[in-house]
Design a protein. Structure first.
Length: 334
């Protein structure tokens, strides 16, 4: 039907234009071309002016890697795995299942920040297209345990409707450690290996879960490596992924407690965010000073970083809040 409409349109235009003077003809043809661009479902003009899903994958992995290298501190394991996961998913014309990643670590270690970098690059900083990025905050969207059945239905409808509108939709779930048990399992059908479900294809969607649960286990392993004089860069990823999967499955303070998503192996990657050391907090402070337009005062950087490095109480090796309060500390110190 679209091809027939297009053919009729371009046959009709030459028939009408001889009756017009050259200027009118130019205006008419130009206006008609613009109108056609706006009417065509995924034309470049419509997608640049109006809300339009990216029908072509635009994720530039080299740009994401550069953002990770310049803006994310102390998370070599996480950034490596995320890049590998995105590359695998993007290189498949029709992935067999959605990409599902679960980020685990203490607050302030960069879980939400990494998610935002993915979102910004996926939709090329185009505000109009950020409608295809969906961020669910447990404390905001699912606050009442007594309403779980209602939340399940709403969540299923939301995901079904938005993936129908844009296959390359991004769904981010934060505060998973506070999510009511069983709620996340309601989206299990959408995360599996299906060609389509009721005519909707979910393979290009991306799901990211942000979870403080498992952060203590990640810190425990990282600290153990430090005490044995081993580098954090040498922590084996496979060991951490396996431990995280078991930890959040058994942890009652986890949205994945006894979750079928884990039982059925539907989460592709359990990604650890390591605790941040003094040197990493220094880089956070330095970056924040630049963001706020201040000179890089080395004494101030040292003062703030030292004050935030507080765990464990004996060694004071890590920041228990990561870089979460750096911005406010910089503001108060200037």
């Amino acid at each position: 039907m679209k091809l027939m409409n297009a053919a009729a349109f371009f046959i009709l235009v030459p028939a009408l234009t001889p009756a017009l003077d050259p200027l009118s003809t130019s205006i008419f043809v130009g206006g008609a071309a613009v109108a056609w661009q706006l009417l065509f479902p995924h034309s470049w003009l419509k997608c640049s002016l109006l809300e339009c899903c990216n029908v072509k994958d635009t994720l530039n992995l080299s740009v994401i890697k550069m953002d990770f290298d310049q803006k994310v501190f102390g998370q070599h394991l996480a950034t490596q795995i995320v890049l590998r996961a995105l590359r695998t998913n993007m290189h498949s014309k029709r992935p067999r299942k959605p990409l599902v990643m679960s980020f685990h670590g203490w607050t302030g270690t960069g879980k939400l920040f990494v998610s935002s970098i993915i979102a910004e690059n996926l939709y090329q900083l185009n505000v109009r297209r950020q409608m295809f990025v969906h961020h669910f905050s447990t404390v905001v969207h699912f606050p009442h345990l007594s309403h779980v059945h209602l939340y399940k239905e709403q969540l299923q409808n939301w995901i079904r409707g938005n993936v129908s509108a844009c296959p390359r939709s991004l769904f981010i779930f934060s505060e998973m450690d506070q999510m009511p048990h069983g709620l996340v399992d309601s989206i299990m059908p959408f995360l599996g290996y299906h060609e389509e479900i009721n005519g909707v294809y979910y393979g290009k969607a991306i799901f990211i879960f942000l979870n403080n649960a498992g952060g203590d286990k990640v810190t425990e392993i990282t600290l153990d490596y430090w005490r044995r004089l081993k580098r954090r860069e040498d922590i084996p990823m496979k060991e951490l992924q396996s431990l995280l999967s078991e930890e959040v499955f058994r942890n009652r303070n986890s949205g994945f407690f006894h979750s079928q998503l884990i039982q059925k192996n539907l989460i592709d990657y359990f990604i650890p965010f390591l605790p941040l050391e003094y040197k990493h907090v220094r880089e956070c402070v330095r970056a924040e000073l630049r963001t706020q337009g201040h000179p890089e005062d080395e004494d101030l950087i040292t003062e703030i970083a030292l004050a935030m490095t507080d765990y464990p109480s004996e060694e004071r090796l890590y920041s228990s809040k990561g870089c979460k309060t750096v911005a406010s500390r910089v503001t108060l110190s200037i």
